[in-house]
Design a protein around this ligand. Structure first.
Ligand SMILES: NC(=O)c1ccc[n+]([C@@H]2O[C@H](COP(=O)([O-])OP(=O)(O)OC[C@H]3O[C@@H](n4cnc5c(N)ncnc54)[C@H](OP(=O)(O)O)[C@@H]3O)[C@@H](O)[C@H]2O)c1
Length: 219
């Protein structure tokens, strides 16, 4: 039995990850702003009231998690605000950077006292953050923030290697959640693929950019 922390746990892919981890016999620390009825039904440890863009929230969380050992953390929470060249705004770009890039990096650093040699860090990014893969344009805020997250993941992998902590940069696929109007594969399928990738994660392949289906993605 391992202990895993999951952000964005109240719905979508995060909820499916919590459900599957629990079904596999692991203990789960589920982070969210407001717990959903589905999350509460799981009976896992819930740390609610955590706004990931708030420094005060992260300090509060560090106090709540003092002494808690984590075998893994999946930083999954994110936002997508669709835009194009005509419609993007600086405010929207900033909001997406805050949630998708800055918050996971700051949380990863504040979780270091809870992680140990052998622990794993999964960053849920998007293929839309791949520069090589971008042939359709648009989505400035989302794409740029996920590209920044990918770079943070690469630096984290380098910096955490001496501590024995491996980092995976993971695209869940197109998944039927509120973020994308509920079109795509079931969240359970994405969660299963993501956990398989995290099982396969080692210090040797740390910093890989993987699709949940196992495909290695271009940067
Ligand atoms: N669905 C897809 O097809 C797809 C594809 C590629 C990548 N992804 C990535 O997968 C991850 C999960 O997305 P999803 O599809 O499950 O979307 P979702 O259903 O919209 O869930 C997003 C989660 O992030 C949380 N969140 C957003 N902003 C937050 C903040 N400031 N503080 C704390 N929590 C916050 C939300 O909490 P609230 O309920 O409180 O808002 C919610 O739990 C995201 O990183 C997303 O970019 C998804």
């Amino acid at each position: 039995m391992a202990s895993w922390l999951v952000t964005g746990s109240n719905r979508g892919i995060g909820l499916a990850l919590c459900r599957l981890l629990q079904a596999q016999g692991h203990s789960v620390v589920a982070l969210c702003r407001t717990p959903s009825a589905e999350l509460q039904k799981l009976g896992v440890r819930i740390e609610a009231g955590i706004e990931l863009t708030s420094a005060l929230s992260l300090e509060d969380l560090a106090r709540r998690l003092a002494g808690v050992r984590l075998d893994g953390a999946i930083l999954n929470a994110g936002v997508l605000e669709g835009d194009d060249l005509e419609s993007f705004s600086a405010e929207s770009l900033r909001r997406q950077f805050e949630v998708n890039a800055l918050a996971p990096l700051l949380l990863a650093r504040s979780l270091l006292p809870n992680l140990k040699a052998g622990s794993k860090l999964g960053l849920i990014t998007s293929r839309m953050g791949s520069i090589d893969d971008n042939s359709s344009g648009g989505y400035y805020g989302y794409r740029m923030s996920k590209t920044a997250l990918n770079m943070a993941g690469r630096s984290l992998a380098v910096d955490l290697r001496p501590r024995g902590i491996a980092v995976a940069i993971l695209h869940p696929g197109m998944v039927a959640t509120r973020m994308v109007g509920f079109s795509g594969c079931p969240p359970e399928q994405a969660a299963s693929g993501l956990l398989t990738r995290l099982e396969a994660l080692t210090l040797e392949n740390s910093s890989s950019f993987w699709h949940a289906n196992g495909e290695e993605l271009p940067w």
